[in-house]
Design a binder for this molecule. Structure first.
Ligand code: FE2
Length: 282
């Protein structure tokens, strides 16, 4: 239960902590199976391509309304020039988001365990609230790169409090697009805010010109993690994941947690209906 003192110190120092063997194999398999069922049931009538490349992000209503729903986002490279899918629907989805942790019983029970609550308390949460969940497929051959970013850009609170709980459901390796992070980089400034624009859609506001690390510049270290690993990511920690050009998928699940009494701006992209207040680990 919870973290050792050494692990707590490490998270405070590095802004990232890798805990191998946190989730058991059966729990990971159950989540993979549940995602498969959800994909099977999904009828793609409305298409939203999710990509973290700023220039190609398509923040349409399907995305903007997903904060309290379960929605499906395609890989950017999933389509042929005529708009049809290159491969089966099940191999074309980039991610599911962003409220399975509240709306789906299997995801809810994976996301709400005494062990996770203990970890949250150990990294300083007093009244943790589960804000967002994502099931990330990183599909074979077409799994998209996620450019270097800080999660507080997308999940800002005042004061900043976001921590990502990222689970490797399958082995994540250099070949299939594992995470990369900049240890200690969480002490740098928040570079950008991703917000709802006054005229509709979204926009980035630049807060600092300090450059984020880039792949190949030596500041990012790879986090190769076997299935069952929990990676904690501080909200200001620069991190990245490469494309997956390998024949093996790299399924992962993440939950982002914020402090209950922190201010939550109306301009944040992720909003919830009044009928679905944020819940903690209980
Ligand atoms: Fe992230």
């Amino acid at each position: 239960m919870g973290l050792t003192e050494k692990q707590r110190d490490q998270f405070e120092r590095d802004g990232v902590l890798v805990v191998e063997g946190f989730a058991d194999t059966a729990a990971c398999k159950e989540l993979i199976e549940r995602s498969r069922e959800m994909l099977e049931a999904f009828e793609p009538e409305s298409v939203s391509v999710f990509t973290a490349h700023e220039q190609t992000r398509t923040p349409d209503d399907y995305f903007l309304e997903s904060g309290d729903k379960v929605r499906f986002f395609f890989e950017e490279d999933a389509f042929l020039p005529d708009g049809s899918l290159k491969q089966a629907k099940e191999l074309s989805i980039n991610k599911i988001g962003h409220a399975m942790h509240d709306l789906d019983p299997v995801f809810s029970s994976f996301s709400r365990t005494p062990d996770l609550a203990a970890v949250a308390a150990d990294v300083g949460f007093v009244d943790p609230k589960l804000l967002q969940s994502m099931y990330i497929f990183k599909q074979p051959s077409i799994g998209g790169e996620v450019t270097c970013h800080q999660d507080s850009t997308f999940l800002y609170t005042d004061p900043m409090s976001c921590v990502g709980f990222w689970f490797a459901l399958e082995d994540a390796t250099l070949e299939n697009g594992c995470l990369w992070a900049e240890p200690g980089g969480h002490r740098g400034p928040l570079r950008k805010l991703f917000k709802r624009a006054p005229g509709g859609g979204t926009e980035f506001e630049t807060l600092s010109d300090a450059p984020l690390p880039e792949p190949g510049d030596g500041r990012l270290v790879p986090l190769e993690t076997p299935a069952g690993t929990l990676v904690l990511l501080h909200g200001q920690l620069p991190h990245y994941s490469g494309p997956n050009r390998s024949p093996r998928s790299r399924h992962a699940y993440s939950v982002h947690v914020i402090e209950g009494d922190a201010g939550y701006p109306d301009e944040n992209w992720l909003q919830r209906g009044d009928d679905m207040p944020l819940r903690g680990f209980a």
